[in-house]
Design a protein around this ligand. Structure first.
Ligand SMILES: [Zn+2]
Ligand SMILES: [Zn+2]
Length: 247
Protein backbone atom coordinates (compact mmCIF):
# COMPACT_ATOMS: atom_id res chain seq x y z
CA UNK A 1 0.00 0.00 0.00
CA UNK A 2 1.14 3.53 -0.72
CA UNK A 3 -0.05 6.70 1.02
CA UNK A 4 0.49 10.12 -0.57
CA UNK A 5 -0.12 13.25 1.51
CA UNK A 6 -2.16 15.68 -0.61
CA UNK A 7 -3.21 18.04 2.21
CA UNK A 8 -2.43 18.01 5.92
CA UNK A 9 -3.19 21.37 7.59
CA UNK A 10 -5.36 21.10 10.70
CA UNK A 11 -8.79 22.77 10.84
CA UNK A 12 -7.90 25.64 8.43
CA UNK A 13 -5.27 26.11 5.71
CA UNK A 14 -1.74 27.07 6.75
CA UNK A 15 0.62 29.22 4.66
CA UNK A 16 1.45 27.05 1.64
CA UNK A 17 -0.50 24.09 2.98
CA UNK A 18 -3.94 22.74 2.12
CA UNK A 19 -6.30 20.93 4.48
CA UNK A 20 -6.64 17.17 4.95
CA UNK A 21 -6.49 14.92 1.89
CA UNK A 22 -4.76 11.57 1.57
CA UNK A 23 -4.44 9.22 -1.39
CA UNK A 24 -4.17 5.49 -0.67
CA UNK A 25 -3.22 3.16 -3.50
CA UNK A 26 -2.68 -0.57 -3.79
CA UNK A 27 -2.22 -2.29 -7.16
CA UNK A 28 -4.76 -0.71 -9.52
CA UNK A 29 -6.96 0.69 -6.72
CA UNK A 30 -6.91 4.38 -5.70
CA UNK A 31 -8.97 5.83 -2.86
CA UNK A 32 -8.97 9.45 -1.75
CA UNK A 33 -9.60 10.06 1.95
CA UNK A 34 -10.98 13.57 2.41
CA UNK A 35 -10.48 16.62 0.20
CA UNK A 36 -10.15 19.63 2.46
CA UNK A 37 -9.90 23.23 1.30
CA UNK A 38 -7.09 23.78 -1.18
CA UNK A 39 -6.21 20.11 -1.60
CA UNK A 40 -7.50 19.66 -5.16
CA UNK A 41 -4.65 21.77 -6.51
CA UNK A 42 -2.18 19.25 -5.02
CA UNK A 43 -4.16 16.22 -6.21
CA UNK A 44 -3.92 16.88 -9.99
CA UNK A 45 -0.16 16.20 -10.23
CA UNK A 46 -0.53 12.95 -8.28
CA UNK A 47 -3.62 11.44 -9.95
CA UNK A 48 -6.35 12.50 -12.36
CA UNK A 49 -9.43 12.75 -10.10
CA UNK A 50 -11.45 10.98 -12.84
CA UNK A 51 -9.35 7.89 -12.14
CA UNK A 52 -10.28 7.61 -8.46
CA UNK A 53 -12.04 4.37 -7.47
CA UNK A 54 -13.68 5.95 -4.42
CA UNK A 55 -13.75 9.04 -2.22
CA UNK A 56 -14.20 8.63 1.53
CA UNK A 57 -15.24 11.72 3.48
CA UNK A 58 -14.50 11.20 7.16
CA UNK A 59 -16.94 13.87 8.37
CA UNK A 60 -18.80 17.03 7.54
CA UNK A 61 -16.25 19.66 8.57
CA UNK A 62 -15.14 21.85 5.66
CA UNK A 63 -11.44 21.18 6.22
CA UNK A 64 -12.21 17.58 5.16
CA UNK A 65 -14.61 17.94 2.26
CA UNK A 66 -14.64 21.50 0.81
CA UNK A 67 -12.77 20.51 -2.35
CA UNK A 68 -15.13 17.63 -3.15
CA UNK A 69 -17.44 20.45 -4.29
CA UNK A 70 -14.84 21.77 -6.76
CA UNK A 71 -13.94 18.24 -7.84
CA UNK A 72 -17.56 17.56 -8.76
CA UNK A 73 -17.61 20.54 -11.12
CA UNK A 74 -14.26 19.56 -12.65
CA UNK A 75 -15.58 16.04 -13.27
CA UNK A 76 -18.97 17.14 -14.55
CA UNK A 77 -17.84 19.82 -16.99
CA UNK A 78 -14.15 19.29 -17.74
CA UNK A 79 -13.29 15.62 -17.41
CA UNK A 80 -16.25 13.25 -16.87
CA UNK A 81 -15.30 9.91 -15.34
CA UNK A 82 -15.97 6.74 -17.36
CA UNK A 83 -17.92 5.36 -14.40
CA UNK A 84 -19.46 7.40 -11.58
CA UNK A 85 -17.06 7.74 -8.66
CA UNK A 86 -18.51 6.27 -5.44
CA UNK A 87 -18.50 8.74 -2.53
CA UNK A 88 -18.84 7.24 0.95
CA UNK A 89 -19.54 9.22 4.11
CA UNK A 90 -21.89 9.77 7.01
CA UNK A 91 -25.46 10.79 6.22
CA UNK A 92 -24.78 14.10 7.96
CA UNK A 93 -21.79 15.00 5.75
CA UNK A 94 -23.48 13.83 2.54
CA UNK A 95 -26.51 16.04 3.20
CA UNK A 96 -24.27 19.10 3.56
CA UNK A 97 -22.23 18.13 0.50
CA UNK A 98 -25.32 17.72 -1.68
CA UNK A 99 -26.56 21.15 -0.64
CA UNK A 100 -23.22 22.77 -1.44
CA UNK A 101 -22.70 21.06 -4.80
CA UNK A 102 -26.02 21.93 -6.43
CA UNK A 103 -29.66 22.43 -5.48
CA UNK A 104 -30.55 20.55 -8.70
CA UNK A 105 -29.26 17.25 -7.38
CA UNK A 106 -25.95 15.49 -7.87
CA UNK A 107 -25.46 14.01 -11.37
CA UNK A 108 -25.40 10.23 -10.82
CA UNK A 109 -22.97 9.93 -13.74
CA UNK A 110 -20.36 11.87 -11.74
CA UNK A 111 -20.75 10.69 -8.16
CA UNK A 112 -22.64 7.73 -6.72
CA UNK A 113 -23.49 8.66 -3.15
CA UNK A 114 -23.34 6.05 -0.38
CA UNK A 115 -24.01 6.43 3.33
CA UNK A 116 -21.80 4.40 5.63
CA UNK A 117 -21.86 4.02 9.40
CA UNK A 118 -19.49 2.77 12.09
CA UNK A 119 -19.45 -1.03 11.92
CA UNK A 120 -19.82 -1.15 8.13
CA UNK A 121 -17.32 -2.90 5.86
CA UNK A 122 -16.86 -2.17 2.17
CA UNK A 123 -14.51 -3.43 -0.54
CA UNK A 124 -13.12 -1.10 -3.20
CA UNK A 125 -10.98 -2.97 -5.74
CA UNK A 126 -8.21 -4.70 -3.83
CA UNK A 127 -8.79 -2.71 -0.62
CA UNK A 128 -11.03 -3.63 2.30
CA UNK A 129 -12.33 -0.83 4.48
CA UNK A 130 -13.87 -1.01 7.93
CA UNK A 131 -15.45 2.00 9.62
CA UNK A 132 -15.36 2.95 13.30
CA UNK A 133 -16.76 5.82 15.36
CA UNK A 134 -14.49 8.72 16.31
CA UNK A 135 -14.86 11.01 19.31
CA UNK A 136 -15.65 14.32 17.59
CA UNK A 137 -18.56 16.80 17.78
CA UNK A 138 -20.13 15.61 14.49
CA UNK A 139 -20.52 12.01 13.22
CA UNK A 140 -16.99 11.05 12.16
CA UNK A 141 -15.57 7.88 10.61
CA UNK A 142 -12.24 6.34 11.51
CA UNK A 143 -11.22 3.91 8.75
CA UNK A 144 -9.07 0.80 8.82
CA UNK A 145 -7.79 -0.16 5.38
CA UNK A 146 -6.25 -3.48 4.43
CA UNK A 147 -4.98 -4.98 1.19
CA UNK A 148 -4.43 -8.43 2.68
CA UNK A 149 -0.74 -7.91 3.39
CA UNK A 150 -0.59 -4.52 5.12
CA UNK A 151 -2.94 -2.32 7.13
CA UNK A 152 -3.47 1.38 7.64
CA UNK A 153 -5.71 3.41 9.92
CA UNK A 154 -6.88 6.90 9.05
CA UNK A 155 -7.89 8.36 12.39
CA UNK A 156 -9.60 11.43 10.89
CA UNK A 157 -10.37 14.01 13.59
CA UNK A 158 -11.05 13.13 17.17
CA UNK A 159 -9.96 12.61 20.72
CA UNK A 160 -9.08 9.14 22.02
CA UNK A 161 -11.95 6.70 21.52
CA UNK A 162 -12.62 2.96 21.55
CA UNK A 163 -13.27 3.24 17.81
CA UNK A 164 -9.82 4.69 17.19
CA UNK A 165 -8.25 2.00 19.37
CA UNK A 166 -10.00 -0.83 17.52
CA UNK A 167 -9.27 0.64 14.09
CA UNK A 168 -5.58 1.09 14.74
CA UNK A 169 -4.86 -2.08 16.69
CA UNK A 170 -1.39 -3.26 15.48
CA UNK A 171 -1.65 -1.47 12.12
CA UNK A 172 1.42 -1.00 9.97
CA UNK A 173 0.65 2.70 9.69
CA UNK A 174 -1.51 5.10 11.68
CA UNK A 175 -2.28 8.41 10.04
CA UNK A 176 -3.12 10.22 13.24
CA UNK A 177 -3.99 13.76 14.16
CA UNK A 178 -2.16 16.05 16.55
CA UNK A 179 -4.13 19.24 16.11
CA UNK A 180 -2.56 20.66 19.24
CA UNK A 181 1.05 20.67 20.37
CA UNK A 182 0.14 20.27 24.02
CA UNK A 183 -3.19 19.95 25.70
CA UNK A 184 -4.21 23.21 27.29
CA UNK A 185 -6.77 23.03 30.10
CA UNK A 186 -9.06 25.24 28.04
CA UNK A 187 -9.28 22.71 25.16
CA UNK A 188 -12.51 20.73 25.36
CA UNK A 189 -12.50 16.94 25.62
CA UNK A 190 -13.84 14.83 22.77
CA UNK A 191 -12.49 17.06 20.02
CA UNK A 192 -8.83 16.49 19.08
CA UNK A 193 -5.54 14.89 20.15
CA UNK A 194 -2.27 16.55 21.11
CA UNK A 195 1.24 15.17 20.47
CA UNK A 196 1.61 13.30 23.76
CA UNK A 197 -1.85 11.74 23.74
CA UNK A 198 -1.39 10.63 20.10
CA UNK A 199 2.02 9.07 20.82
CA UNK A 200 0.91 7.36 24.05
CA UNK A 201 -2.12 5.97 22.33
CA UNK A 202 -0.13 4.76 19.26
CA UNK A 203 2.28 2.94 21.57
CA UNK A 204 -0.52 1.16 23.43
CA UNK A 205 -2.16 0.16 20.12
CA UNK A 206 1.08 -1.47 18.89
CA UNK A 207 1.28 0.79 15.82
CA UNK A 208 4.43 0.28 13.72
CA UNK A 209 4.66 3.64 11.92
CA UNK A 210 2.98 6.87 12.91
CA UNK A 211 2.33 9.63 10.36
CA UNK A 212 1.41 12.82 12.21
CA UNK A 213 -1.09 15.12 10.54
CA UNK A 214 -3.77 17.82 11.03
CA UNK A 215 -1.44 20.13 12.96
CA UNK A 216 -3.18 23.48 13.43
CA UNK A 217 -1.12 26.48 12.26
CA UNK A 218 1.03 27.92 13.82
CA UNK A 219 1.65 24.81 15.95
CA UNK A 220 5.35 24.02 16.35
CA UNK A 221 5.83 20.91 14.17
CA UNK A 222 9.36 20.29 15.44
CA UNK A 223 8.11 20.27 19.02
CA UNK A 224 5.27 17.90 18.13
CA UNK A 225 7.75 15.47 16.53
CA UNK A 226 10.02 15.68 19.60
CA UNK A 227 7.14 14.96 21.99
CA UNK A 228 5.92 12.08 19.84
CA UNK A 229 9.40 10.52 19.71
CA UNK A 230 9.77 10.80 23.50
CA UNK A 231 6.56 8.82 23.96
CA UNK A 232 6.43 6.44 20.97
CA UNK A 233 9.27 4.09 20.08
CA UNK A 234 8.07 3.06 16.60
CA UNK A 235 8.84 5.01 13.43
CA UNK A 236 7.28 8.49 13.41
CA UNK A 237 7.24 11.19 10.79
CA UNK A 238 5.33 14.37 10.01
CA UNK A 239 2.82 14.04 7.17
CA UNK A 240 3.80 16.87 4.84
CA UNK A 241 2.36 17.57 1.39
CA UNK A 242 4.32 15.51 -1.13
CA UNK A 243 5.40 12.94 1.47
CA UNK A 244 4.85 9.30 0.56
CA UNK A 245 4.59 6.39 2.98
CA UNK A 246 5.07 2.86 1.64
CA UNK A 247 3.84 -0.06 3.74
ZN1 LIG B 1 -10.26 18.71 10.74
ZN1 LIG C 1 -13.40 17.90 12.37
Amino acid sequence: MRLDIVGCAGSYPAPGSACSSYLVRSGQTSILFDAGNGSLTNLYPVIDPAGLDAIIISHGHVDHFADVVGMYHYLKYANPPIHPIPVFSTGDALKTLARLITPRGIDPGVFSINTVNPGDHIAVGSLNLQFFRASHPVPTLVTRVSDGSSSLCYGADGDYSEGLAAASDHVDLLLGESTWVERDQSFPKGLHLDAKSLATFAKSAGVKTLAITHIAYPGDKGKILRIVRENFTGVSQLAEIGTTFQI
